[in-house]
Ligand binder design. Structure first.
Ligand code: FAD
Length: 385
């Protein structure tokens, strides 16, 4: 490989998008992905307006809009009655909604788009297993089908998720903690009357939330007392019925899983010729649905900075690349705080009436528009929240 080139390790949603952003700036790159197939499990759903605006600039927004469900309103409920609503139509035009698209669909679209721009530039079934840095290049060792290959390259971007090999190999610490919270989630046919609205139930016993999915499905997420290692549709539908009196048709279940939550932040996003993006750089609580979108904002900003630096010198001035870290690290911290706040609202509490009154006032003027901004990842560059 040319030592001016870039290797992206990890072809998840952020690595694929990183590749598209670099291509937009004419920077050659190759993606190394250890999986052979696109994942079939579905974690993230929500695509925020800020991401859709960038997709539009890159010319890839249409397929997302054709596939996704537009959530224009979020309803807060206490399990018995509605507390209030957030209307995303107050957000700047044209994307006045959160778009819901299952992660495997998002990855499929991003992969197709990347391959359209860079045919043959994804090496799948290849795992990064060793990395050494020289003064003016990096040697990355990959293992493909049991055979090791050494690639010399100018820069390595670690988009390899929260357990990032690249971050560990570069000796970058990852600081944070696990929260005590845990959840189970599952997808069912949508038998509610909520149409395209998302609903967050803040019940005495803890959070229940549900989001519309394409093909008339709905995702339910329920907070549990402890981590459930063998979740079942029976348990999930029982908890939903008990807390919010919704009857779910158990026979229509297509996925059930559990997850715990944590927050972690890399001590630095750049070390010499190694850069970190997405969950490799930061993990935030998925309650609030912002981790993948945060990774996309990283990728867009890093590609802009790399393009600017390349205008100065083909061998990117490493000191200038720190502009990326200077902007994105504070944003990651802010998203972590916002996600932690969202999550704390959904905990079991003895102050149920107080919480209900608090949320009711937060959803009214003059706070309503600020809440819409918080839930759609706006205002991340302001200092105040
Ligand atoms: C239940 C749940 C719901 C969520 N909902 C949302 C949501 O609605 N909105 C949102 O924005 N975020 C959400 N998130 C967060 C989101 O899923 C993550 O932030 C996102 O997946 C991070 O993308 P990534 O590409 O950085 O990492 P990953 O998705 O972890 O991808 C990393 C990729 O790197 C590959 N890889 C790893 N190691 C190597 C190696 N050594 N060599 C080669 N390849 C390697 C992996 O195979 C994988 O494909 C949710 C998370 C969870 C758990």
């Amino acid at each position: 490989m040319n030592t001016e080139d870039v290797i992206i390790v990890g072809g998840g949603p952020v690595g694929l998008f990183m590749g598209i952003c670099l291509h937009y700036h004419g920077i050659p790159c190759t993606i190394i992905e250890k999986r052979k197939e696109v994942i079939s499990d579905s974690r993230s759903l929500g695509i925020h307006p800020a991401s859709l605006e960038i997709f539009e600039r890159l010319g890839i927004v249409d397929e997302f809009l054709e596939n996704g469900v537009r959530v224009k309103r979020g309803i807060a409920h206490d399990g018995k009655k509605e507390i209030g609503t957030i209307d995303f139509e107050v957000c700047p035009s044209p994307y006045q909604y959160i778009l819901i698209n299952p992660q495997f669909e998002t990855e499929r679209i991003l992969r197709d788009q990347f391959l359209k721009l860079n045919p043959d530039s994804i090496i799948t079934g290849a795992e990064a297993v060793a990395m050494t840095e020289e003064f003016d290049f990096v040697t990355l060792t990959i293992n493909k089908d049991g055979k090791e290959e050494h690639l010399e390259v100018g820069y390595v971007i670690g988009c390899d998720g929260k357990n990032s090999f690249i971050r560990k190999a570069a000796g970058i610490a990852f600081t944070g903690k696990r929260y005590p919270d845990s959840y189970i989630m599952g997808d069912f046919a949508d038998t509610t009357n909520y149409d395209n609205d998302a609903v967050v139930y803040l019940t005495k016993e803890g959070l229940v939330e549900c989001f519309p999915l394409p093909k008339n499905q709905r995702r339910w997420v329920v907070k549990t007392e402890e981590y459930i290692s063998d979740p079942t549709p029976e348990l999930l539908t029982h908890l939903i019925k008990e807390r919010v009196s919704e009857e779910i048709n158990i026979g229509t279940n297509s996925m059930v899983s559990s997850f715990g939550v944590s927050h972690f932040l890399a001590d630095t996003f750049i070390k010499e010729r190694i850069l970190l993006v997405g969950d490799a750089a930061h993990v935030v609580s998925p309650i609030g649905g912002q981790g993948m979108n945060l990774g996309w904002l990283d990728a867009w900003h890093l590609a802009n900075v790399m393009s600017f630096c390349r205008g100065i010198s083909k061998d990117l001035p490493i000191a200038d690349l720190f502009v990326y870290e200077a902007k994105q690290r504070p944003i990651a911290k802010k998203v972590t705080r916002r996600a932690a706040f969202n999550m704390s609202l959904g905990r079991k509490t003895s102050l149920h009436s107080f919480r209900t009154s608090l949320v009711r006032s937060m959803l009214k003027k003059p706070f309503h528009n600020k809440m819409a901004q918080l839930f759609t990842m706006r205002g991340l560059e302001s200092w105040w929240v």
